[in-house]
Write a protein that binds this ligand. Structure first.
Ligand SMILES: Cc1cc2nc3c(=O)[nH]c(=O)nc-3n(C[C@H](O)[C@H](O)[C@H](O)COP(=O)(O)OP(=O)(O)OC[C@H]3O[C@@H](n4cnc5c(N)ncnc54)[C@H](O)[C@@H]3O)c2cc1C
Length: 389
C-alpha cells in the first residue's frame, strides 16, 4: 500500500488531520485499538468552538456558565456568567464524530494496527506496523504522528520528549449535583500537587478528578482522599479513567517527511491540561502544510517547518505564557496559594476572570497583574515578562 500520507493515531487530532487532507490525497490512518474513542482519557470539558469545529454538537452532555475556585485554606472565588463558557462532551462519542468526518472525506482507517517503526528510503518512508497480530509494511511520502503522549513516531524520529507532564485520574460517580451550571476547581498541594482537582456536573452523574505532577506518585491516592474530603466516597463509581498530560512542546515538531501533532507534540494548555482545542488547531496547521508539501512534491524538514511556524503563530504564545505561569504556580506553598485567593476575591478581578476564554487562559495574566501588582513579587522576572504582552 502506498498512501500519500499515513496518520498514526485515530484520536480526535489524527481524525481531524485525516478529515482535512483526505480530499486532496490518499490518507491512511493507523489506529492501534480495535475501535476509535477508547480508552477514554479525558474530562471532556471544551469550549463550544471545539464542538462546532468538530461538528460534534450531539455529544454535549452539559453546558457550563460559571465556576467556583476553592483555595486550600477555604477561601472561594465564584465566577458566575449567563452565557455558556464551556461544555462537557461524551468523549468517546466526540472521537467517533471526528472519525466519521474523516471517513466522509474519504480517509481510510486500519484499526487494530500499531505503528512500530519507519526507515528512510530515497523518495519515501517505509513504515512498519503490526496489524491484527501480523507485520505489515507501507510506503508513504509523509508521516503524521498523532499518537498521543507516548508518541512512538516522535521517538522513532528522535524528536525530543515534552518538558513536563502530569498524571491524572477521574471517576464518574452516580450522583446529580443540584447546581448543574458551575464546575468546581480545587487548588492545593495536599489535594493535587502541581495541578488541580475538579468536580464537573454532567446531569445524573458527576465527574470528579485530578492531576498531580509525576514526582508525587500515583494520582489514585490523592483522588481517594479528595472523594472522602468531599463526602463523595460513598457514591457509586460508574467508571474510572487515568492518563498522562504532556506539557511543554519539544523544540521541533517536524523532521524530514514527519510532523507530530496534538499530545504527541505536547500541545495541551499548560494551565488547564486541555488538549482538544490546541490539538485541533495544530491539526489544521499540519493538514494545510501536508497539502502544500504534496502539491510541491517537497517533504523536506524545511518545507514542513511551515507547520511549526503556523501552530506557533496560532497557539504558541498561549502555550509559552501558560508554561511560564505554571513554573511559578508549581513552586507555591498552600499558604501562598491561599494569599493569592484572598487578593483575587475583588470585584474588578472577578470581572476580569469572568470575561476569560478557557482556550486562552493566560491572556488574562497582564490585566490581573496590573490590578494586583503585589503578585509580581512571586516571581518578578517571569511574571514581569508577561506584562504588556
Ligand atoms: C485525566 C485527563 C483529563 C483530561 N481532560 C481534558 C479536558 O477536559 N479537555 C481537553 O481539551 N483535554 C483534556 N485532556 C487532554 C486530552 O485528552 C488530550 O489532549 C487529547 O486526547 C489529545 O488528542 P490526541 O488525538 O492528540 O491524542 P489521543 O487522544 O491520545 O489519541 C492518540 C491515538 O493514537 C493511538 N496510538 C497511540 N500509539 C499508537 C501506535 N503506535 N500505533 C497506532 N495508534 C496509536 C491511540 O490508541 C489513540 O487513539 C485530559 C487528559 C487527561 C489525561
Amino acid at each position: 500500500m502506498h498512501p500519500d500520507l499515513i496518520v498514526v493515531g485515530g484520536g480526535p487530532v489524527g481524525s481531524r488531520v485525516a478529515a482535512l487532507t483526505a480530499r486532496s490525497m490518499h490518507t491512511l490512518v493507523l489506529e492501534e485499538h480495535s475501535e476509535v474513542g477508547v480508552p477514554v482519557q479525558c474530562a471532556g470539558l471544551v469550549t463550544p468552538r471545539v464542538v462546532k469545529t468538530a461538528c460534534a454538537e450531539d455529544t454535549v452532555l452539559n453546558k457550563i456558565s460559571g465556576g467556583v475556585v476553592h483555595f486550600p485554606g477555604g477561601t472561594t472565588i465564584e465566577l458566575n456568567g449567563n452565557e455558556t463558557k464551556a461544555v462537557v462532551v461524551d468523549r468517546k462519542a466526540f472521537d467517533v464524530a471526528c472519525y466519521e468526518k474523516a471517513l466522509e472525506a474519504g480517509a481510510e482507517f486500519m484499526t487494530d494496527t500499531r505503528f512500530t517503526s519507519f526507515s528512510r528510503r530515497d523518495d519515501a518512508l517505509a513504515v512498519e506496523a503490526v496489524s491484527h497480530g501480523k507485520s505489515r509494511a507501507f510506503h508513504t511520502s509523509l508521516l503524521v504522528g498523532s499518537d498521543g503522549y507516548k508518541s512512538r513516531v516522535g521517538s522513532a524520529a528522535s524528536i525530543s520528549r515534552p518538558r513536563d507532564s502530569v498524571k491524572g485520574m477521574q471517576t464518574d460517580i452516580g450522583r446529580r449535583l443540584e447546581d448543574q451550571d458551575r464546575l468546581h476547581v480545587y487548588l492545593g498541594r495536599k489535594i493535587a500537587p502541581g495541578f488541580f482537582a475538579w468536580i464537573i456536573p454532567c446531569g445524573d452523574s458527576t465527574r470528579v478528578g485530578l492531576c498531580v505532577k509525576e514526582e508525587y506518585g500515583a494520582p489514585s491516592k490523592f483522588l481517594s482522599s479528595f472523594l472522602k474530603a468531599q463526602g463523595l466516597d460513598g457514591s457509586d463509581r460508574l467508571s474510572s479513567i487515568s492518563g498522562i498530560i504532556p506539557i511543554g512542546p519539544p523544540q521541533n515538531t517536524f523532521a524530514d517527511r514527519i510532523m507530530i501533532v496534538g499530545d504527541a507534540a505536547a500541545q495541551a494548555k499548560p494551565l488547564s491540561g486541555g488538549g482538544l482545542y490546541t490539538g485541533m488547531v495544530a491539526a489544521d496547521c499540519a493538514a494545510s502544510t501536508a497539502i502544500e508539501a504534496l502539491e510541491r512534491n517537497d517533504f523536506s524538514a524545511r518545507m514542513l517547518s511551515r507547520y511549526q511556524e503556523r501552530w506557533r503563530s496560532e497557539i504558541g504564545k498561549e502555550l509559552d505564557r501558560g508554561y511560564r505561569i505554571r513554573k511559578v504556580f508549581v513552586r507555591l506553598t498552600d499558604r501562598k496559594i491561599d494569599e493569592i485567593g484572598k487578593l483575587m476575591d475583588r470585584r474588578d478581578v472577578l470581572e476580569i476572570l469572568s470575561q476569560g476564554d478557557i482556550d486562552y487562559p493566560s491572556k488574562l495574566a497582564p490585566s490581573i497583574l496590573r490590578s494586583i501588582p503585589s503578585l509580581l513579587r512571586l516571581s518578578p522576572q517571569i511574571l514581569g515578562s508577561l506584562l504588556g504582552k
